[in-house]
Design a protein around this ligand. Sequence first.
Ligand code: FE
Length: 229
Amino acid sequence: MFDKRLAHTLILMAIVSFAAGCAPTQTAAPIATRTVLPPAPIPTLAATAVPPAQAPTVAPTTAAQLTLPQPDCSQGVTPAQTEGPYYKANTPERASLLEPGMAGTKIVVTGYVLTRNCRPIARAWLDFWQADDKGEYDNRGYSLRGHLFTDADGRYTLETILPGLYPGRTRHIHVKVQAPNQPIVTTQLYFPEVQQNNRDGIYKTKLLVTWQDVSGAKVALYNFVLNVN
Ligand code: FE
């Protein structure tokens, strides 16, 4: 009995063994097929590109930011004018003559100080004095009086008010200008379209400022041309 079972078992084992030996050789289990994804689309620049940054087109908010026209020295050297009776030396250095509560129309006076060959003069000294809105000078203190220097580009910028009229004179701002180590030139600036201009014996068209509106501010342009190299 035992032998029969053993024999049966052995036969079965032989059969299984034979069957296994005859089975077609199995290849190694296939490596899981990689799912080949289609290449990710390259984002097109057109769809995602941000518009190129552009220089801000914000209007200049101060006259200092105003791009001045290329200096034109064709009208020649700035003429000298009388100093008048109201000059005071030793003015404070400042770029603004405005004071709290000061009456009048705020303006900015700006431009270059240039050689007669139209080269900008850095560190030129400009000393301004003028009447107030009522046409009166401050002869006790330094209201509406002050000096400043041109920057490295030969440019100056002064905040002030439109000077008032006084008997015998049209609107004007007095100024002394001096290139470093050169003589002082004393002169006056005038404003266009002032009725009194043509009734003022000192007035000169060569000393007229040019008005320009910058963000609502009244900007008076004037380039001083000095008789220096
Ligand atoms: Fe005056």
